[in-house]
Ligand binder design. Structure first.
Ligand code: SRM
Ligand code: SF4
Length: 577
């Protein structure tokens, strides 16, 4: 290790395999916070320290400590929970968090607003539901997402099985999690420096940066495979997975004004058999472990390693460590990144065994009750009745899966009774996603989850007049350029710059394979509508056949196509505002 390594590398090194001073920090009742270094380690345990930014200025004025609380992210590879687990998770939301469950863009749950004195109790309650939060965040392989849901077909089940296996194989081995949160026997004496256990895959410094893996089943690219460090694409032959195409080096995060940071779509490097997949995952991870940038965190993701060494050199090193070459990638076709909202039936098997699955649109993934729409209550009712499964999707939606023909009308009636509609108000809303942003996210520059729904309502008026209300148009918003709702892969993307101001990006591909391009800078709600109205009107008149909005804006010369991540900042011609 050179002296130029980043601060986080030193924190990891001194942490005694992710212990640091977390346990001690939890016992300090005089503050709602924990030490800064420990906040970095806490991420590996699935939690972030945050503060309520809505009251930050007022509390500072009154010389009060910030209103600290903790966000907790669950690790659920494949995204499935049983009704019993749902009820337990719902209880936790009411008892320890802010009364909501937040479905994330990586197909799991987050809690917000857990205060320090409840953090350990909440972790224990999550574990009592047979779910953990290990490696849900931090410089490790995180929760592994798989395509829509495992009950759709045999191939989807195999995708879930792979997601679970990769997640398990790449889990940190440290006993720190069990020791701190579950009172397991300590593996290391307090204050000791030599941990008794080791990390065979990660070593003491873990990865240079976060690492994300997904599994897709064409034609759905619901997991947005090109946005992830590592991806497996099912190649299905006669209903069976013959193997997996492998993708590496995708990512969204960048920093405004720093062109050495950029979103990048992953490269396809070959095909592996089902038996080889876990080893491929491990070797991709270990090459990134050894070759990733440990000096500059903003350039530490796998996408920058690949940009630096070149995809061929990266692939060659993976193959060297595997001891064999990957086969040539096999043909496949993706058609969309969104979820098919509404009912669909199991795709394969005997007609009599086929079940129904309802994909419910959940606005920005927030499961809550309002006086008119009691989503949290109805999902509780459905869970209490049992006999179904719940699956979180990578588009912040929820599948109520394995519904029998007899249960179907009962579920529909319950939803209606609680004001929850299966239909969405437009094709744009069905394809809309916003990240959390304010008030909990420390990095937010602008609103997102609290702003996008209203903006979509305004845009729906424009779509209505153009006769495009039902048109599927992918729109995504984030409160900063970290890209948590994958805005650079949206046909219309908004990225926060400052309160009320967004950069507007256009032209990503509907199937998630092409990044967008900056179209307008620092625009407010009024300017956004002024800019998008004529484009939407032109799209209605001039589009050819089933042409998607993202393709149209390129053909019409409104923005240039982005061929690759490293040209994302090129050829930008800003619109006059
Ligand atoms: Fe994210 C950081 C929320 C998916 C890229 N993300 C954060 C933090 C933890 C802010 C922080 O570091 O203090 C946000 C917490 C907000 C809050 O109050 O809850 C946060 N990210 C989210 C979630 C909850 C957004 C959502 O609305 O659903 C998603 C949780 C996913 C999960 O369950 O694991 C979430 N984040 C993503 C994605 C999408 C994806 O992976 O498909 C991305 C872009 C893909 C990628 O990783 O490149 C993403 N989040 C980031 C980044 C930028 C990373 C980078 O390489 O530059 C950060 C900041 C960082 O890591 O320094 C970040
Ligand atoms: Fe926070 Fe930015 Fe991620 Fe939104 S995109 S949740 S504002 S880090």
């Amino acid at each position: 290790m050179t002296e130029t390594r980043s601060k986080n590398e030193v924190i990891k090194e001194k942490s005694r395999l992710l212990r640091g001073g977390i346990a001690d920090g939890l016992s300090h009742v005089e503050t709602g916070a924990i030490e800064e270094d420990d906040t970095q380690l806490l991420k590996f345990h699935g939690s972030y320290m945050q503060d309520d930014r809505d009251v930050r200025a007022e509390r500072t004025k009154k010389k009060l400590e910030k209103a600290f609380s903790f966000m907790i992210r669950l690790r659920i590879p494949g995204g499935v929970v049983t009704p019993d687990q749902w009820l337990k998770l719902d209880d936790i939301a009411g008892t320890y968090a802010n009364g909501t469950l937040r479905l994330t863009t990586r197909a799991t749950f987050q809690y917000h607003g857990v205060i320090k004195s409840n953090l350990k109790r909440t972790m224990q309650a999550i574990n009592a539901a047979c779910i953990d939060t290990i490696a849900a965040c931090g410089d490790v392989n995180r929760n592994v997402m798989s395509a829509s849901h495992p009950f759709l077909s045999k191939a989807h089940k195999e995708a879930e099985t792979l997601a679970k296996a990769v997640s398990a194989h790449l889990l940190p081995r440290t006993g720190a999690y069990h020791e701190i949160w579950l009172d397991d026997e300590k593996v290391v004496q307090s204050g000791g420096t030599a941990p008794a256990e080791s990390e065979p895959i990660y070593g003491t410094h873990y990865l240079p940066r976060k690492f994300k893996t997904v599994v897709a089943v064409p034609p759905d690219n619901d997991v947005d495979i090109y946005a992830h460090d590592l991806g497996f694409i099912a190649i299905v032959d006669k209903g069976e997975v013959a193997g997996w195409n492998v993708t590496v080096g995708g990512g969204m995060g960048m920093t405004h004004g720093e062109t050495d940071t950029f979103p990048r779509t992953a490269d396809l490097i070959g095909f592996c058999t089902p038996e080889q997949a876990i080893d491929v995952a491990e070797k991709v991870v270990t090459v990134q472990r050894d070759w990733g940038n440990r000096a500059v965190r903003k350039n530490a993701r796998l996408k920058y390693t690949i940009e630096r060494v070149g995809i061929e050199a990266f692939k060659a090193e993976v193959e060297k460590r595997l001891g064999y070459q990957l086969k040539a990638a096999r043909p496949f076709t993706f058609t969309s990144t969104g979820d098919p909202i509404g009912w669909r039936q199991t795709l394969d098997g005997k007609a009599a065994d086929k079940k129904w699955h309802l994909t419910l649109y959940v606005e920005n993934g927030r499961v809550k009750d309002t006086p008119a729409v009691r989503l949290r209550t109805v999902l509780r009712e459905i869970a209490k009745a049992g006999g179904v499964d719940f699956v979180v999707t990578s588009n912040q939606n929820l599948v109520i899966a394995n519904v029998t023909a007899k249960q179907k009308p009962k579920i529909e009636a319950l939803l209606e009774q609680h004001g929850v509609s299966i239909a969405t108000s437009s094709g744009m809303r069905r394809n809309a996603m916003a990240c959390v942003a304010l008030p909990t996210c420390a990095l937010a520059l602008a609103e997102s989850e609290r702003f996008l729904p209203g903006l979509v309502t305004d845009l729906e008026d424009v779509l209505d007049k153009a006769g495009l209300r039902e048109e599927d148009i992918v729109v995504r918003m984030t409160g900063c350029p970290n890209g948590c709702a994958r805005p650079f892969l949206a046909e219309i993307g908004f990225v926060g710059r400052a309160p009320g101001l967004y950069n507007l990006y256009l032209g990503a591909a509907f199937d998630g394979s092409r990044l967008s391009k900056l179209f307008a800078q620092d625009v407010n709600r009024e300017q956004i509508l002024k800019l998008l109205t004529p484009i939407i009107q032109r799209y209605a008149k001039e589009r050819s056949g089933g042409e998607h909005f993202g393709d149209f804006v390129i053909r019409a010369g409104i923005v240039k196509a982005t061929a690759a991540g490293n040209t994302f900042h090129d050829d930008v011609v800003l619109a006059a505002t």
